[in-house]
Design a protein. Sequence first.
Length: 103
Amino acid sequence: MYKYILLAMLTVLSINAAEIKEDIEIPYIPYEVKMGEHFDAVQANCLTCHSFGYVTNQGPQSKAFWRGKVEKMIVHFKAPITDADSANITEYLYKHYGNGKEK
Ligand code: HEC
């Protein structure tokens, strides 16, 4: 019986020891997904493997950069994306996350 009481006391003590007293501040990270033409193609073809953060993390980029990324997903990671969808996705990415340069 005493064994169980001791065990219960030790459990309570260890839980208390792990308590954190300071305030925890969680940083705000803007993570903007822009709605627009062909976003449906992005949703259907890109968000199956990873989050949209992979796109926003790249910062503004050229059309060639985005075309290359879509190609990379198809060639290296075997994403099953049709030619029409890949062209539309490149347009969407460049329009919303582009830097105004073709190359
Ligand atoms: C079949 C799975 C798959 C699909 C579908 C996919 N990706 Fe990826 N993607 C990956 C993998 C795997 C990585 C690399 C992850 C890592 O390095 O941690 C990646 C990484 C990325 C990166 C980071 C930069 C880089 O070169 O690694 C970007 C940007 C990206 N993907 C965009 C897209 C876009 C846009 C689409 C839709 C056209 C897409 N992905 C669809 C698997 C996929």
